[in-house]
Design a binder for this molecule. Structure first.
Ligand SMILES: NC(=O)c1ccc[n+]([C@@H]2O[C@H](COP(=O)([O-])OP(=O)(O)OC[C@H]3O[C@@H](n4cnc5c(N)ncnc54)[C@H](O)[C@@H]3O)[C@@H](O)[C@H]2O)c1
Length: 339
């Protein structure tokens, strides 16, 4: 299989690229490196089955060429993260809506399968749950940038669905709930890498609001494995699937667990939403997926506990332990340090 991964130099995309290459597939990554990084796929550089193209999904001619050459598209490129959406609302809307339209149109032109990454933000501030795929979306005013990410991804879902229904393009929609693991950047508001970085630095962990909002975190390894299985499953076409963990934790408890696992002396600090984001910011009180549909379709089951997930992020962010030859001070011998 030759897979095109849009957003493949990002957090999830880079793990997906590695997993596909390890399974013997060919991979082309298209990424504009806006939030992704070349280092994320550096381990694949020079691999005969791997190609990295720096460019935008908004570049129609480029997307046309790349889609024509592949068998399947994993469409992950998007403006991601609440903070980024609030800072750059127009650019984010254009990337998410126009970009997906370009990808889907080219998939239509060449009759390619597209797996499209949507989000649990789709459910908005619906306070119930666990959410089934058919549940209602509950959103605030469209003028609140908080909801524009959810809306842009809903438009993507509609486009993917109608391209399937009206034009027969084989599309699969996957609603990712919070995904974590090595390489996720905390720079755009992602909570686990932020907490871990602060705990390791001995700085206070900033919990937004009262910290009683709850989330479920799935390791990127489980996400990638499910995405690949769904892409190869004929019964997934034309359908939408939640993909997440059901181990629910409040953000306050998450902060405490990170402190415990890192054995940090950090404390928890509470920051009002208005201060963290913008005036009138609204959050989701609870976000838990119903995963029966994806379990029935492909036997999906999370394989890691939350503590194990946090530990894997800690291991990836902790500076490597210094070897005895690197220790300086009285009695230390001057020896060359090999890195
Ligand atoms: N990480 C999560 O918890 C989560 C949850 C729900 C949904 N998702 C979805 O999964 C996908 C991947 O997210 P991620 O967490 O890996 O984020 P990420 O920011 O690491 O990845 C997104 C990638 O898209 C690239 N990109 C952005 N605009 C582009 C453009 N115009 N052209 C080409 N590339 C562009 C970025 O440079 C980045 O590499 C996104 O579609 C996101 O909405 C992620």
């Amino acid at each position: 299989m030759h897979a095109l991964i849009t957003g493949g130099a990002g957090f999830i995309g880079s793990h997906l690229a590695e997993a596909l290459i390890a399974q013997g597939h060919r991979v082309t990554v298209l990424d504009d490196l806006s939030t992704g990084r070349h280092e994320n796929v550096a381990a694949l550089d020079g691999h005969p089955q791997f190609q990295m193209v720096v460019g935008s999904i908004l570049n129609e001619a480029l997307v046309d060429k790349l889609v024509e050459r592949c068998d399947v598209v994993f469409h992950l490129a998007a403006a991601v993260g609440v903070e980024l959406i609030i800072k750059k609302p127009l650019e984010s809307m254009l990337t998410n809506i126009r970009g997906s339209e370009v990808v889907l149109e080219m998939a239509h032109r060449y009759r390619r399968k597209v797996l499209i990454a949507s989000t649990s933000e789709i459910y908005g501030k619906n306070a119930h749950g666990p959410f089934k795929e058919e549940d209602d979306r509950v959103l605030g005013s469209p003028l609140k940038s908080r909801w524009s990410y959810s809306t842009s991804k809903a438009v993507d879902e509609i486009l993917a669905y109608v391209y399937w229904k009206e034009k027969g393009v084989p599309t699969v929609i996957v609603r990712l709930f919070n995904t974590v693991g090595p390489r996720q950047s905390g720079a755009y508001g992602m909570v686990v890498p932020r907490f871990v970085a602060r705990a390791l630095a001995g700085q206070p962990l900033q919990v937004h609001g009262d910290g009683r909002q709850s989330r479920c975190f799935l390791h990127v390894r489980d996400v990638v494995s499910a995405l690949i299985t769904l892409a190869g499953h004929a019964g997934a076409v034309g359908r939408v699937f939640n993909l997440g963990s059901q181990e629910e934790v409040t953000i306050e408890e998450l902060a405490k667990r990170v402190i415990r696992i890192t054995r940090s002396a950090s404390r928890v600090e509470y920051v009002p939403y208005e201060q963290a984001y913008e005036e009138g910011f609204e959050d989701m009180p609870r976000r838990v997926p119903d995963i029966r549909k994806i379990r029935d379709a492909i036997g999906f089951q999370p394989t890691m506990t939350l503590d194990e997930i946090i530990q894997s992020v800690v291991d990836s962010m902790r500076p490597p332990a210094r070897t005895p030859t690197e220790v300086s001070g009285p009695g230390a011998r001057a020896m060359p340090v090999r890195r």
